[in-house]
Design a protein around this ligand. Structure first.
Ligand SMILES: Cc1cc2nc3c(=O)[nH]c(=O)nc-3n(C[C@H](O)[C@H](O)[C@H](O)COP(=O)(O)OP(=O)(O)OC[C@H]3O[C@@H](n4cnc5c(N)ncnc54)[C@H](O)[C@@H]3O)c2cc1C
Length: 377
């Protein structure tokens, strides 16, 4: 008996319906390709936990200059991407352009902020060093106990869950079929990726398979070895925060990192822990305690808010914190994974670059530094 009961025969099968997989599926369908997305629970992975910061300049890191360029390219295309999505779906995704304040508390925090500022200026990035008084003029809810700040006017944020809902709607109205099932293996025929095997035995056969399983990308049988690992993040959502903050606040609280991101409606997102714990979505008392302690120190009014959600998800980490984009050692298999802490920000650039690769066979210049072979070298 053949187990090859094809539920679909399509141009592109996308494994994973998080932000990355759906962005690619939408763009591929717009280019006239038939597309099926396979996801056991679309939008339940890291994309569900994300704070939605689009903050490449505030997060600029030494040794990550190439990643910074990719992130800035994606940020530049975000407003048009969002406008198109909102127009096509009628759904709002909560893009905020109020900028980011990065605040510090003690002398060491301020030394770290000065170093970050010097690095930003060296790279020609727009960032302003401001006093404690000036930052409190922008964000009056901040504690008077902070020492100083940077203001990055060009960093934005978006409601990641609303973005996912809009991408799902846009993809489906462009003709993408979403199969809610577990992919159990990559189908390989004659040395080529030929589709996805689903729990229950059905197979989606496809000319190209795009791997976008987030932190689970390395675990699908049949996929060549990939250096993608789970990096757990715990994050909180609080209610009744309307008007509390205008834009994102990132803080160094005597060496500890915390961020506060105002979100759609009256929500405030507080995050996030960074834990090398393997898979697991346990919320710990210590994780919640640390986040709340630091958030309340930065914005005392947080203590009055209602805590409505605490959750943990694995970020798809890679050895250099940058995504893996492009072809794989297996013909027919395209990689779009390992977006680590930047997957929301990198959704537009990933969608466009991978679609271009699928349609034309050529990966655009902006994505070329992020092929798998850079990690194998
Ligand atoms: C706490 C936290 C805060 C974050 N904050 C930000 C932020 O502010 N800004 C930013 O840019 N990024 C942020 N990130 C990172 C961002 O969330 C991720 O990089 C991004 O969501 C990755 O998207 P993805 O589609 O690759 O993966 P995911 O969203 O994890 O999607 C993978 C999908 O694959 C599905 N799946 C897995 N295995 C299978 C299988 N075998 N069969 C079928 N389906 C399967 C899952 O159901 C899931 O829907 C944050 C992450 C975390 C955890």
């Amino acid at each position: 008996m053949s187990r090859d009961v094809a539920v679909d025969r399509v141009d592109v099968a996308v494994a994973g319906g998080g932000l990355i997989g759906l962005g690619i599926a939408w763009r591929c369908a717009q280019r006239g390709l038939s597309v099926t997305v396979v996801d056991v629970a679309p939008g339940s992975g890291a994309s569900y936990a994300a704070a939605g910061m689009l903050a490449p300049v505030a997060e600029a890191g030494y040794g990550e200059e190439r990643l910074l360029e990719l992130c800035r390219a994606s940020l530049a295309s975000f407003p048009a991407f969002v406008a198109e999505l909102e127009r096509e779906t009628g759904l709002e995704v909560g893009l905020r352009t109020a900028g980011t304040c990065v605040v510090g508390f003690d002398a060491d925090d301020m030394a770290a902020l000065d170093l970050l500022h010097a690095f930003q200026r060296e790279l020609g990035l727009s960032s302003e060093r401001i006093t404690a008084r000036e930052v409190r003029r922008r964000e009056p809810a901040l504690t008077p106990r902070l020492r100083g700040a940077l203001h990055v006017g060009g960093d934005h944020s978006v409601d990641a869950r609303a973005l996912h809902a809009a991408l799902l709607a846009a993809a489906m109205s462009a003709g993408v079929r979403v199969v809610r099932a577990e992919a159990t293996a990559l189908e390989v025929r004659d040395g080529r990726a030929a589709g996805l095997e689903l729990a229950g035995g059905d197979v989606v056969t496809a000319g190209t398979v795009v791997l976008a399983l987030g932190a689970r990308s390395a675990g699908l049988p049949g996929v060549p070895p990939l250096p993608v690992r789970p990096v757990k993040g715990q994050v909180l959502r609080l209610r009744d925060a309307s008007g509390l903050l205008e834009g994102t606040v990132r803080a160094l609280v005597r060496g500890r990192h915390v961020y506060l991101v105002p979100c759609a409606g009256d929500r405030l997102i507080v995050g996030a822990t960074v834990e090398e714990q393997g898979f697991g979505d346990t919320v710990t008392a210590g994780g919640v305690h640390d986040l709340l302690r630091d958030a309340i120190e930065v914005v005392p009014g947080v203590a009055e808010l209602e805590l409505v959600e605490a959750l943990a998800r694995p970020r798809p980490g890679t050895p250099d914190n940058a995504p893996i984009l492009g072809t794989s050692p297996l013909p027919g298999l395209v990689l779009a994974c390992g977006h680590h802490r930047n997957g929301v920000l990198l959704t537009p650039v990933t969608a466009d670059a991978i679609t271009e690769l699928v349609v034309t066979g050529a990966l655009p210049e902006v994505a070329r530094p992020f092929t798998l072979d850079r990690l194998e070298r």
